[in-house]
Design a protein around this ligand. Sequence first.
Ligand SMILES: Cc1cc2nc3c(=O)[nH]c(=O)nc-3n(C[C@H](O)[C@H](O)[C@H](O)COP(=O)(O)OP(=O)(O)OC[C@H]3O[C@@H](n4cnc5c(N)ncnc54)[C@H](O)[C@@H]3O)c2cc1C
Length: 485
Amino acid sequence: MIDATVVGAGPNGLAAAVTLAAAGLEVQLIERSERVGGGMSSAELTLPGFVHDVCSAVHPGALASPFFRSWGLERRVAMAVPDASYAHPLDDRPAAIAYLDLERTVAELGPDGPGWRRFVGPLVEHFAGVSDFTGGPLLRWPSDLTAATLYGMRALRFAAFGAGTASPRALGFATEAGSALSAGTSAHTVARLDRLGTAGAGLLLAAFGHTVGYPVPVGGSQAIADALAADVVERGGTIRLGEHVSGPGDIEPSRVVILDTSPEFLASYAGDRLPAGYRRALGRYRRGDGVAKVDFATSAPIPWADARVGAAPTVHLGGTRAEIAAAEAEVAAGRIPDRPYVLLTQPTVIDPSRAPEGRHTVWAYTHVPAGSDADLSDTITAQIERFAPGFRDTILASAHRSAAQLAHENPNDPGGEMMGGAVTIPQLIARPVLSATPWRTPVAGLYLGSAATPPGPSTHGMNGWYAAATALRDHFGLREAPFAV
Ligand SMILES: Cc1cc2nc3c(=O)[nH]c(=O)nc-3n(C[C@H](O)[C@H](O)[C@H](O)COP(=O)(O)OP(=O)(O)OC[C@H]3O[C@@H](n4cnc5c(N)ncnc54)[C@H](O)[C@@H]3O)c2cc1C
């Protein structure tokens, strides 16, 4: 019997494995694909010499993560943090830009600057408390009540704004700039803008923009995954690639098993060993919509109409807040909008190592109904061209993946959904079931540590760390896990 097996080498599986190995356990990590990283990996998707992030590209959540801070992410992987966190181009107007420096953001936003400061400033000031509140299960007493209250009140106001029951002026926005900038971060959740979960996630991403920033790992996301994997091996763990686990019979008997998988997989893996009520709760867990992605290799930087956008590795496309809200509502209603919200990154503006000299990589995705097999390359290209005329002429090659293909590549993303389950308030509280320790399943020794547990999606590794810490306490009597927060 070995100490621990981790199934799935996404950021959470890797975080769990490194935590268990650091506690002195004999750890085995099994991954179905041929490389570690899951949603945090990179590959030459277009042309030789052009390295593209397969899924995650920008990692504010990792920089803010207590696990990664304690593990020493910035010591192990060069993280390039840009001065411009994200940009939001607008038609026939200057783009709105969120800089790491809040005061510079306020100054460039003009009339909307003071509103932006009033809205985001207190969260920046109380960032440690906000980060702690959002970085764990919501079902617990916050360590910093002031920060949690500031965050909660703003999320409520922001959701009301999204629903149209609070005006932009109530938030201090007199022009389109502040409204659009806030819509750009909210739309990350792949959900309607009038939802509280969407508003809360958007606020956190806005606060990241002026605190940890929007970093890209030098060399691509794979650099983080590889550094974690190397540490697992250095601490005596083993990693097996190219092995799909279907059930307990596929792994050696282990005192503890941590699944970095979907709740759907947990249900099939554990089968009748799970009580009927728990299985029903897993069955009620809802998935959100999907994404369709296109990667470009280009001969030149993107020719943005507003040249300042070229300094921001992360760009939100889709125009005004009203346009983005309408596009997200279309997707939620099962349709593909003509002019959708597009999340774009241009990592080579800060990390030229990813392409041959003078060449660039562009990563972009948009939201589509779950399971869609539509090719959105032309639609995404048109949205880029809208704010950067001439972009089309710079394209050397492109590679598209539909939501259906993304689902096929990673069983954690059914329907091409990238969030580990819809990001709604009920599903942030009960993720995937209502419990103070949702990582622990009713089967002794079996844990779930993927993005389908608190604190939800992104590459912070906290879900895996929590699962490992719970297992260490339950089975090995260790009250304080390595990399304790
Ligand atoms: C297109 C896209 C863009 C994204 N962009 C960002 C971004 O810029 N920033 C950000 O923070 N987040 C981003 N995300 C989200 C982020 O990638 C996920 O939240 C994160 O990867 C979830 O980590 P995880 O470890 O829970 O699961 P995953 O990363 O999905 O890893 C799960 C791993 O388990 C393996 N696995 C599953 N089942 C089995 C099995 N039965 N046997 C063996 N192996 C198995 C899978 O192959 C996979 O490698 C993006 C996601 C997508 C899809």
